[in-house]
Write a protein that binds this ligand. Structure first.
Ligand code: TEU
Length: 532
């Protein structure tokens, strides 16, 4: 079976994973030194966020050279060595490709700035004499003006000019970049904002709500009605990319599309397009039995239609960490909020239960670095340390994403907690002493021990990974399903203990208290795996 149909993929945000040279920023040497940790954790692949030459206006999602490694991370030679070392540890490598936009320092954009309006250099981007009404995903307008008065489009930061995907040179260049990395042995690509490459011809204004404010909601809008995303012509690009990838054995794509409509989403996963995509419906869903059940059913139905495996994603480098989200009154992820009461213990308890749920479902699983340590979102970062352009572009109204990107605590009793030797680029909370990987390894009740045990069971259990699942009848507030052969997963979302169904417990996210007659029960916010 193809590895990507059931892989556990660990997301490495390289700035914050491990610092090998003591400059306070994570790097490739750091990742290489921690490969044994990842192998022992039991994951199958690493997805590494952008490592290319970049001015870091958006943490590396502003790429100045797609064929070279940023010096802060290392060299191309380090990358090649890391790929080989990972393979020796049985770990595959997925790299992040950023095709919607370049950096404003990219040679093409520099040439465009130096050339006059109407020049071939400007044709690779979207230059216009007047802007339309689109806004940036990061706040503020999506257009910036250059010295001669023209405007260029940037759906993200002004330092991230959008490429013109109608241009044949843009298409040829990215196919060449794919080959460059495939030839270096990478096993796949994560495609950044995969649904936005193609814009509606003529760049028409977005529909405007009665308030006069252009709409930018992912939800509630009619599919295909937004001129800056999910245009039908984007699929031609992925068909062409798939032909390139299929020249190499065993490689896979994972698309990042925030496309809410299941039919539109499934189109990207047709057999001649992308292999997999992130399941943001699952990530956004409330910690609630009914809502989760319908997201799971809809996910499986959507993917089954096109024969693609589902993915199960709880967190990433763009969203509030789920150990924090789940400790709140409103457990959904809609937008980033920071000033609401959070019950840390409840959040961690549910994060443990959610981990076992996601690992028992059919398909592939994503683990964002630090999930396995139960890290919380960090809110009290000093403004001057924050780097996310979202913070600046919204004048601090949105704190941005730095709070889920704080460098990992590996060991020791004080910052930088063996992340490196120098002080880390974002400060770590002093109370992460109890959350270090070293401490958690020594504690069989820790989040890390739970992840290691669960991933070991998942790997050895023929019932888990790809394949069918069957719901069991349960009382309200409880979800239970079986996987063949002989496996049951049950989650109690209610606030009272329930009876466990027949079977021998293999693993549970919390202790299973027994009744006076010796029957084990499933306490609230707990998942159990049973042998049946
Ligand atoms: O994110 C795409 C995206 O639209 C959101 O997740 C975005 O981060 C959020 O709406 C901001 O409020 C991808 C990357 O994952 C993200 O880190 C990059 O910043 C972005 O693309 C631009 O490349």
């Amino acid at each position: 079976m193809s590895w990507w149909r059931d892989a556990v993929v660990y997301q490495v945000y390289p700035r914050s994973f491990a610092d090998g040279n003591g400059d306070g920023v994570g790097d490739l040497a750091g990742i290489e030194s921690r490969l044994p940790y990842l192998r022992d954790l039991g994951v199958d692949a690493l997805w590494i966020n952008p490592w290319y030459v970049s001015p870091m206006a958006d943490g590396g999602y502003d790429v100045a050279d797609y064929r070279a490694i940023d010096p802060v991370f290392g060299t191309l030679w380090d990358a090649e060595r890391l790929i080989r070392a990972a393979h020796r540890h049985g770990l595959r490598i997925i790299v992040d490709i950023v095709p919607n936009h370049t950096s404003d320092r990219h040679a093409w954009f520099q040439a465009a700035l130096a050339a006059p309006p109407g020049s071939p250099e400007r044709a690779r981007f979207h230059f216009r004499d007047a802007p339309n009404n689109w806004s940036s995903r990061f706040g503020g307008p999506a257009w910036s003006q250059v010295d001669d008065g023209q405007w260029y489009l940037h759906l993200f930061d002004a330092a991230q000019p959008d490429l013109n995907w109608d241009h044949p040179e843009v298409r040829a260049e990215f196919e060449s970049i794919l080959r460059f990395w495939l030839d270096r042995g990478v096993d796949g690509f994560r495609i950044d904002v995969a649904d936005r490459l193609v814009k509606q011809a003529g760049l028409p204004d977005r529909p405007v709500r009665e308030t006069g404010v252009p709409t930018f909601a992912d939800n509630g809008s009619r599919p295909g009605s937004q001129p800056d995303k999910d245009q039908p012509e984007v699929h031609e690009i992925y068909r062409a990319w798939r032909r390139v990838l299929d020249e190499y054995p065993d490689r896979a794509f994972v698309g990042e599309m925030w496309v809410a409509d299941p039919d539109r989403f499934a189109m990207y996963l047709r057999p001649d397009e992308l292999h997999t995509a992130f399941n943001f419906a699952f990530l956004k869903c409330a910690w609630e039995a009914g809502a989760l059940r319908s997201v799971i059913e809809q996910t499986l139905a959507t993917h089954a239609r096109v024969g693609a495996p589902a993915t199960w994603v709880l967190s990433n480098h763009d969203v509030t960490r789920h150990a924090t989200r789940y400790g709140r009154e409103d457990t959904r992820f809609t937008k980033r909020v920071h000033d609401v009461p959070t019950d840390r213990a409840l959040g961690v308890r549910r994060a443990r239960a959610a981990a076992l749920l996601s690992m028992a479902l059919p398909g592939s699983v994503y683990v964002y670095q630090g999930d396995e340590l139960g890290l919380p979102e960090v809110f009290d970062l000093p403004a001057e340390a924050r780097e996310d352009p979202v913070f600046r572009r919204t004048e601090g109204k949105d704190l941005g994403r730095d709070g889920c990107r704080v460098p990992l605590p590996w060991g020791g009793d004080a910052p930088p907690f063996e992340f490196g030797t120098g002080s880390s680029w974002l400060p770590q909370p002093a109370d992460w002493r109890g959350l270090t990987a070293a401490r958690q390894l020594a504690d069989p009740a820790s989040m890390l021990s739970l992840y290691r045990l669960a991933l070991r069971i998942r790997r050895n259990e023929p019932a888990l990974g790809d394949g069918p699942m069957h719901w069991l009848d349960t009382e309200p507030g409880v979800l239970a399903f079986t996987r063949d052969p002989g496996f049951t997963c049950i989650i109690n979302f209610t606030d009272a203990p329930i009876d466990l169904p027949a079977g021998t417990p293999l693993l549970a996210s919390a202790e299973l208290p027994t009744t006076p007659t010796g029957k084990p029960t499933l306490p609230p916010d707990t998942t159990a795996w049973l042998r049946t």
